[in-house]
Design a protein around this ligand. Structure first.
Ligand code: NAD
Length: 329
């Protein structure tokens, strides 16, 4: 089976090569994303492997079909960037990696909380410049604070367990409450109550029409003044401009983002010599109480190894035509 790997960084290639070795897969690696601009690269391949920002819309899928591609093996959990209906219609199988390391993303959400709270991002620069003054660096104890978790699937559940370890009161909202989390002392309540009662709100639900711009001026109005919002899920869960308005008013006291709605134009690339053509994003970066990371929640050695191993397994399962629970179409 010939596989074209898109959005492939050197670290992806290293792990994929390790796990693809001796598996009768011929892998070709491309740094570019799969889109209509790069579709000509798929000629002669049986399968493609893609990541979070490849634009796999109906037009791309039609071209994949015309080129004889039978499989799309996503190297991520989320699949909001793939038109699954179109893939289904064209008979293209789509696989994802649902649970490569929930802990990695949950721990990154906690890293954002800790950074924003104890202001280590600011302390680091001060100390480098010989400034040991503490004014402006005051934090708060996490113990006893109320943390709201929206979406308690794999990552959300791992996040809740960590926050319970800090001694937080953990409130949850999900369409499907987890008995395991209830048994561990978490409490499921209505979404509005999460907004009203939480000191910290962390988003772990998928992006879909019902969660698009979940954090907007209306939901923000219901929250405590100075609330901390953490988004490690998908950028479009947060209305960026309305979050900025809330930062100006003080409604949001802390904002930690690992994802951003327009991230596909900037993330995963070295943009340090470019003028970023996104004034909302640029403005966001100017706030001292905002920390943005470039979609690195998943980026641990354990997660990368698991992604590579599962992606190879997904490709081989298709080749051998076995059932696979990671199959989306
Ligand atoms: P999951 O499918 O295990 O859990 C998602 C949970 O959200 C489910 O329990 C589901 O019932 C719930 N949900 C669905 N709609 C909801 C709604 N409207 N309101 C509240 N809850 C709702 O997924 P996961 O593995 O925990 O991943 C969560 C998200 O994290 C993914 O969708 C992906 O977008 C994101 N993610 C980010 C990174 C990163 O590097 N930052 C890495 C992996 C995944």
């Amino acid at each position: 089976m010939k596989v074209a790997v898109f959005s492939c960084k050197p670290y992806d290639k290293r792990t994929l090569t390790t796990f693809a070795n001796d598996k009768q897969l011929s892998m070709s690696y491309f740094e570019s994303r799969l889109s209509m601009e790069t579709i000509s690269l798929v000629k002669g391949f049986d399968a493609v492997s893609c990541f979070v920002n490849d634009d796999i819309n109906a037009e791309v899928i039609q071209c994949l079909k015309q080129q004889g591609v039978k499989t799309i093996a996503l190297r991520c959990a989320g699949f909001n960037n793939v038109d699954l209906d179109a893939a289904q219609k064209q008979g293209i199988k789509v696989f994802h990696v649902p649970d490569y390391s929930p802990t990695s993303v949950a721990e990154h959400a906690v890293a954002l909380i800790m950074t924003l709270n104890r202001k280590t991002h600011r302390a680091y620069h001060r100390v480098k410049e010989g400034n040991f003054a503490l004014e402006g660096l005051m934090g708060f104890n996490l113990e006893g604070k109320t943390v709201g978790c929206i979406g308690t699937g794999r990552i959300g559940a791992a996040f809740c367990r960590i926050m319970k370890g800090f001694g937080c009161r953990v409130l949850c909202y999900d369409l499907f409450p987890s008995q395991e989390l209830i048994d561990q002392g978490c409490q499921y309540i209505a979404l509005d109550e999460i907004y009203q009662k939480s000191d910290i709100i962390s988003l772990h639900c998928p992006l879909n029409p019902s969660t698009h711009h979940l954090i907007n001026k209306h939901s923000l109005e219901k929250m405590k003044d100075g609330v901390m919002i953490i988004n490690t899920s998908r950028g479009a869960l947060v209305h960026a401009q309305e979050a900025i308005d809330a930062l100006y008013s003080g409604k949001i006291g802390y904002l930690g983002l690992d994802v951003y709605e327009q991230e596909n134009k900037i993330f995963f690339e070295d943009m340090s010599s470019h003028i970023i053509q996104d004034s909302v994003f640029q403005l966001m970066l100017t706030f001292p109480n905002v920390v943005v990371t470039g979609h690195q929640g998943y980026f641990t050695i354990e997660a990368l190894n698991h992604i590579a191993e599962t992606t190879i397994d997904n490709l081989l399962h298709h080749q051998n035509d076995k059932n696979n629970s990671r199959q989306l179409t």
